[in-house]
Design a protein around this ligand. Sequence first.
Ligand code: NAD
Ligand code: DAU
Length: 339
Amino acid sequence: MRVLVTGGCGFIGANFIYYMLSKYPDVEIVNLDKLTYAGNLANLRPLEQGPDKERYFFVHGDIADPGAVSGIFEKFRIDAVVNFAAESHVDRSINDPAPFVTTNVLGTQNLLWTAQEKSVPRFVHISTDEVYGSLGAEGKFTESSSLAPNSPYSASKAAADMLVRAYHKTYAFPAVITRCSNNYGPYQFPEKLIPLMFKNAQEDKPLPIYGDGQNVRDWIYVTDHCLGVDLALRKGRPGAIYNFGGDAEKTNLEVVKTLLKQLGKPESLISFVKDRPGHDRRYAMDFSLARKELGFKPEHTFEQGLEKTLSWYRENQEWMQSVQSGAYLEFMKQWYEDR
Ligand code: NAD
Ligand code: DAU
């Protein structure tokens, strides 16, 4: 099977490519990535030099560019598409929503259009729990919860989900949507909570917690998400939506305190800062449908996953330094100044 993975140089995409190539000797991957600030070719460099190099192809391009996408289908026979490519950071979407609409909405539309024209037999669209909005203290999101996105990021992801749904209804296109909770693990860009807190703690810098730190996220180790996407790719019902979660609800303060404890750093590094505008209070996922139909079950507890993640960041300090591009540092400076 040859799979077109988009956004494979980012955090989850890179983990997914390693996961698929190591699990299935008959799988080939074509990776289409625009190499934005979040895309890092070095994440997959070992593949280009190792024993799997015959099964891995990189194409530099934009999912919103019709020529780039159709060029891939002309060059390669594609058996399935997994669409990870996106602008993924909520804070950036608050500062500048336009690229989120371009990539997440128009890019998904372009990919869907070409894939259905080429009669691709399987399309998995990677979405997020954030499309459901925010929960109160009780309850969990199910696949039939209403969509109520609160940030430009989540609104663009919800719009893409609507297009995927419409392609299934209108063209009988065999697409599946997956919606996952917060991932953590190797290769995550240090603008997201866990790698940012790791980096600051290592440097004995303040750890900025938005608001009162009581916002709740359900944390899933990235390879457990990869397992879910693999199951959706192989067994997902066309037209279906599957929630994935890690069964690990934590407040942000709990996450940061656990991280500091594992790193042997003091809690005095914690610094409460102005809240994120429109900050969702709580996410929690009911993934019983994925358990029943796909056999999905996360394999890591939060403590196990966090230990693996922190070990990886400790052993890959060079990676952490290399992704600190000037553009990123500029963005962070502006972000803190705005607050
Ligand atoms: P990321 O920001 O780490 O990586 C995104 C990748 O997409 C990068 O390699 C980037 O270069 C590429 N990209 C961006 N725009 C592109 C374009 N127009 N054309 C081609 N490539 C482009 O993101 P991530 O955290 O790995 O998230 C991957 C997907 O999973 C996203 O769709 C995101 O919405 C979804 N998701 C993420 C999480 C999470 O916790 N990180 C949870 C649920 C769902
Ligand atoms: O829930 C899935 C989503 O998880 C994905 O769809 C997004 O792509 C991904 O970025 C992530 O979104 P979040 O906004 O939940 O992740 P982030 O790591 O930015 O923040 C996690 C929580 O921590 C959130 O409540 C905001 C808070 N936070 C974050 C940062 C970066 C802080 O308190 N301080 C920070 O410096």
